[in-house]
Design a protein around this ligand. Sequence first.
Ligand code: ANZ
Ligand code: ZN
Length: 880
Amino acid sequence: MNGKRMLDAKWIPRWKTLAKGGLNPRKAVPSTKSKVYNLTMFPYPSGMLHLGHLKVYTISDVVTRFNRMKGYDVIHPMGWDAFGLPAENAAVERKVNPAVWTTSNISKMKAQMEMFLADFDWERCVTTCDPSYYKWTQKIFLLLHEHGLAYRKKAEINWDPIDMTVLANEQVDDEGRSWRSGALVEKKLLEQWFLGITKYASALNKDLDTLDEWPHSVKTMQRNWIGESEGANIDFKLIGSRLVTVDSDVLTCFTTRPDTLHSVQFLALALDHPIIKELSFVDISLRDFVSKHSDSKSNVTTEPDSKDGYMLGLFAENPVDPDGDAIPVYAAPYVIGSYGSGCVMGCPSHDARDYDFWVDKFGDSAEFKPTVVPKNSSLEVELPYRPKQGILNENAGKYAGLTVPEAQEAVVKDLEAKGLGFKTKQYRIRDWLISRQRYWGAPIPIIHCNSCGVVPVPDEDLPVLLPQVEGLVGKGGSPLNQLEEFVNCKCPKCGSDAKRDTDTMDTFMDSSWYFLRYTDPKNEKEIFSKELADRLMPVDKYIGGVEHAILHLLYSRFISKFLHDIKAWGGENTNGEPIKRLITQGMVHGKTFIEPKTGRFLQKHELEISGSKVFIKGTSVEPEVTYEKMSKSKHNGADPAECIQKYGADATRAHILFQAPITDILNWDEGKIVGVQRWLKKVISLAETIGERLTKEPEETKPIKDFNEKETQLFNDVQDYIGSVTDSFGYTLSLNTVISDYMKLTNNIADNVNDPQVSISLLKSSLEKLLTIMAPVTPVTSEEANEILLAKQSIPWQSILKADWPDMEPRIENTQMNFSVMINGKVRFVFSGDKSLVEKDPNAVLDIILGTENGQKHIGSKEVKRVIIKPKMMSFVLGK
Ligand code: ANZ
Ligand code: ZN
């Protein structure tokens, strides 16, 4: 063990004694102010903390320690996101049960967190795979079901052929690959459970406006994901319809541009539209067209770029021009079945896709019916004309001359009056598919009965325990299905033989409410007590990775709002938003060495360090150096535990904060940690020097009004740094400047430490303040230096971590000035006096000088011929 680790090992047990097992004795000091809820995204228990964890937990730990010193009642919980594929897959690889694997990883990671002194409220710990937790995840599912927000439907699902499970839309990237395995996702039709997040789409979108303390970028991502479009539903009557299974003779189209209604030249239906289903029975070529454009497994597909279309032989009338040309209806793969009404009013003059479709059908002979033209009529119009700044032309009949917004209002109003349309909004977001055909998750608490149908598991039978079995782990396709003792049960309603649902829930369900459970983690009777949740919610600061900007945060907002709506928490005036301030920390990138010729990533053992340079071993070639996302293949990872072993917790914590603003990417360069180490050493040696002086010099507290220039300067600097660090911790979270403030103040005190003009009492109190404000980041060094200082004064030790945060005292105006006193042109001594002497009568000043020892010595009773007083200088010319 080296010196630094020895200090860690010295202090950790002492704190634990004081803090009843915790790492921060301050926790034992009663709080005087209101609550602060600091939260970090809980990890999945992989067994190994990485530098990203170290960074995020250090940030929340230092801020929490600061909040506690300020007297707040802080809650700072930690838990484990323990269900899910990563755990299941890892357990498969290592041939152990995920439960066993998870438990052992949790204790490993907890120990690693202690190593870098992260002080969490372990008494609030939750583990999502623990029955005492997932019982309540299941209860929330049942509540959603009770409120019509959990339902089953046959759905085309995204099937990940590697992980052998269903993925939510959100888990498939733009290229159609699984976010986890990277496999190309296939489509399948399965009976699945969905949560009705779309019912909350409007609230989730609107309330983003209330989240003032969220990063703009995250709100934009959520807004795009929800995808709210304002527009209208417009009904087109079918002419002479001979449809039988479809019991309506109107086609409803959702449009964002009701102003273009007069330019409609066709209607286009999605391939899974009920009308197309019916017509396919009799029309073989339509059947061929659909199957040509459809996925063989699911029958539905959307080809957003396809210009293909099939004329159905149906015609419709335009609601604003019923006597005009009959409008042909097509089947078109570019129309999305699940968006709007699955039917588009085609405006080739104004919409790019409709234009392409139309031109593909009619080529050069295609005719157009534009209704919107530029305001400036001399401008050449190129179709499709899409701008909304135009006005309507004569094709628009009575609406001619109106601007686009005016026309939209007027058209919709007229349609509404005739019952042919209405204003509405559409959302791009889809309901949340939560069924997973995997083992390691919370079982869906539903029983299927032949006579009663879908039956919720009664509350008294919760939790539906996940059976502890070997062999099922890692198999896709609902492995619980193979366990007869699990599947077979009695129907809670009629008592006859029934079967359990064998799917488990998406783990995003587990993590969508854990912050609520932290408010009351041991409750055995309720999800959580309303009273406790109301007192501790919302989360004041939530720190985590931006990769969770959409999924986790949107689901968390949804479930919180739902629980709020059913009055599980929250007062009248809140809108159920769970997170007040969101802080997205930047990633940690690793130093990466690349062979210049081949571009190959080099391993550490292939490198050789010589002075400040690095060479490829055995050559004089310098590798290219970059910083990139840490990964095994780039050999650029760094082990936090190793770093703490080498440098101690304080240096590691300070280094990680110092290298970059918390929201920026942090380029991890261990070499730079020496600067931090040097600073910490300096702090300890300051304690020794000042302590030593305290044993020799009398410590008289000098009143502030008697401070000389140097003392005033030091005193004011200390106040400035306290102010700046307080702001950084309290609001801006500019934690890199906190570290540089510490360093500057340390240097400041060090510059004065041997100056006889600076009183020992001021030096001591300055150092004490420095140690106190350092305590959130470098508790070991603060504690060690404080102990040295106390020992030298023979004061019994008490933990500095218990201290209150120092107040910033008002700066003092310096009234004193050092004057160099010249006698006959030569500086003889320095006189420290009030600045106002400059304006005084020279003879009065002379009297003051004559009153000093130096004045008597150098002037005495000699004749003074001239006196000149200037700032910082006095000159006396004496007679012979
Ligand atoms: C006529 C029109 C004229 C349209 C025009 C746009 C511009 P956003 O903004 O994304 O919501 N649309 C409606 N339902 C559709 C579906 N199921 N599949 C594909 N496209 C669909 O898009 C709304 C617009 O997309 C709607 O407004 C409709 O085309 C089309 F100058 O109606 B529009
Ligand atoms: Zn039954």
